[in-house]
Design a protein around this ligand. Structure first.
Ligand code: ADP
Ligand code: MG
Ligand code: MG
Length: 248
């Protein structure tokens, strides 16, 4: 049975309907690549699933292990096991990165019946995770993302992903801003987490990374609907011929 079932999801931003009706099934440990032209609604799907207040779900459901995320406030969705890596991770001025991540992690641990990590134990695992991602430990002591480069922000998202161990993770253009080592770290991390049952939705246009990720399914979003579903061949054909021709 799918860990996440998105059913006829309709999402509005302001007056505008950005997602008309999106349905997809995500199996545990599986990986779906989501492609689509700029403005087709890929990030909107992530923001709506994460519970961003500007993205209004006006129809449909998103069942995570049978529980409808749409009915839950954003922090409850994270506790239920959904994780979004932002396309543009925001700054959180004045909030230290290590405290921010530890608070999120302990909320998730509590909901799983696990004991909270104290500052010392958290810092040890965070330092270990940072090291594996080629991220200087000093970044843990800085305010969240403040003054971080694009690649450092993406690494910081990956650090949260490794520590939180979600059931489903949506990675929105994780490769943008990352150097070759960063992209390799993504592929290794995703492989490791899939083996432990985490499912992924990966938004990307970077064919080389998509091929390394060995997706189970490739979807193309167009005008707020899933227009096409396939395997790696679909990603290759999009990379070769572009979206304009796919839509023609
Ligand atoms: P993608 O990630 O596929 O490039 P997005 O989901 O970011 O596309 O955007 C889909 C459409 O919704 C775009 O036309 C975009 O301009 C619009 N949109 C996204 N976020 C907002 C917002 N906060 N306010 C107004 N329009 C938005
Ligand atoms: Mg875009
Ligand atoms: Mg986007």
């Amino acid at each position: 049975t799918p860990v996440l079932q998105v059913r006829d999801l309709r999402v509005e931003i302001g007056e505008r309907t950005v997602l008309q009706s999106v349905s997809l099934d995500v199996q545990p440990g599986s990986l779906i690549v989501l492609m689509g032209a700029n403005g087709s609604g890929k990030s909107t799907l992530g923001m709506a699933l994460a519970g961003h207040p500007s993205y209004h779900v006006t129809a449909g459901q998103a069942l995570l292990n049978g529980k409808d995320l749409v009915q839950l406030p954003a922090h409850e969705r994270a506790r239920a096991g959904f994780f979004l890596s932002f396309q543009s991770p925001p700054d959180i001025p004045g909030v230290k990165n290590n405290l921010f991540i530890r608070t999120a992690l302990n909320a998730v641990r509590e909901s799983r019946g696990e004991t909270p990590l104290d500052a010392f134990d958290f810092l040890n695992s965070a330092k270990q995770g940072a090291k594996g991602l080629g991220m200087p430990a000093a970044m843990l002591g800085r305010p969240v993302n403040e003054g971080f480069s694009g690649g450092e922000r993406k690494r910081n998202e990956l650090l949260q992903l490794t520590l939180l161990q979600p059931r489903v993770a949506l990675l929105d253009e994780i490769d943008s801003g990352l150097d070759v080592d960063g992209v390799r770290a993504v592929v290794e991390l995703v492989q490791r987490m899939r083996a432990q049952g985490t499912a992924f939705i990966v938004v990307s246009h970077y064919l080389q990374m998509i091929e390394s990720l060995q997706p189970d399914q490739v979807l193309r979003l167009d005008q707020g609907r899933i227009a096409e579903s396939g395997d790696l061949a679909l990603a290759r054909s999009i990379a070769e011929t572009g979206f304009a021709r796919a839509n023609a």
